[in-house]
Design a protein around this ligand. Structure first.
Ligand SMILES: CC(C)(COP(=O)(O)OP(=O)(O)OC[C@H]1O[C@@H](n2cnc3c(N)ncnc32)[C@H](O)[C@@H]1OP(=O)(O)O)[C@@H](O)C(=O)NCCC(=O)NCCS
Length: 194
């Protein structure tokens, strides 16, 4: 029963339209394409992500991932999206997470692009499509993002989509198995709406 309730929660999340891409909630049918894309992009993604569990791209791990996604949506903790090109091809993912309500009304975003689709503007389009969802639908007022100081693509993406650099956090996240310093960025509702 709880599983159907969480599925119902996911169905309330709209598909978001961007420039040449749409963002939609992941589904089990995405597994073959997702696992193939993650596997072929392993060397491109792993230096920038938390260590992948040994079975990360297995069907069972994807099923567990989806269950967690559905629970997080139902509990207003996180909103995961797959980025789909206009011809229907899954190219990457972007997630709104770490939602804090109360006096914070803030969240974080994380993103990845399949290696073969990188550098074509898809994540810029995805982030631009995501921000109205965060500010207007979720009614949050701040989006945070953190990236490694040497991640030129991520820095450029954030600055291009209007995020401002706010700080430097020592040993902020464990990336590729190492606690690493990060640049902290944020986009405020007021930055977009004035
Ligand atoms: C970061 C990432 C999601 C960006 O996705 P993308 O679809 O390639 O981004 P876009 O094509 O929209 O590019 C955004 C900007 O970054 C620039 N860029 C892309 N790759 C770059 C690179 N390797 N070095 C420098 N700039 C780069 C693009 O040229 C573009 O700027 P421009 O419009 O001025 O030319 C993707 O590169 C990726 O998945 N990287 C590996 C994983 C990762 O870094 N995750 C984020 C951790 S914080």
């Amino acid at each position: 029963m709880a599983f159907f309730r969480t599925l119902a929660a996911a169905e309330t999340i709209p598909t978001l339209a961007g420039d040449g891409v749409t963002l939609r909630v992941p589904a089990m049918a995405d597994f073959p394409r997702w696992s193939a894309l993650r596997e072929e992009s392993r060397a491109f993604l792993q230096p920038w992500e938390p260590t992948w569990p040994a079975d990360d791209v297995s069907r069972l791990a994807f099923r567990k991932r989806l269950k967690r996604y559905m629970r997080e949506i139902e509990q207003d903790q996180a909103y995961p999206f797959f980025v789909v090109r206009k011809d229907g091809v899954l190219v990457g993912g972007v997630t709104v997470s770490q939602i804090r309500r109360g006096v914070a009304q803030t969240c974080s975003i994380g993103y990845w692009m399949g290696a073969r689709y990188a550098g074509r503007g898809h994540m810029t389009a995805a982030v631009n499509a995501l921000t109205p969802f965060v500010f207007d639908t979720l009614k949050l007022r701040r989006i945070e993002a953190a990236c490694l100081p040497r991640n030129a693509a991520s820095i450029r993406l954030l600055e291009k989509t209007g995020f401002q650099r706010e700080g430097y956090a020592r040993e902020y996240l464990c990336i590729a198995g190492v606690w690493q310093d990060h640049l902290l960025y944020a986009l405020l509702r007021g930055d977009v709406l004035g």
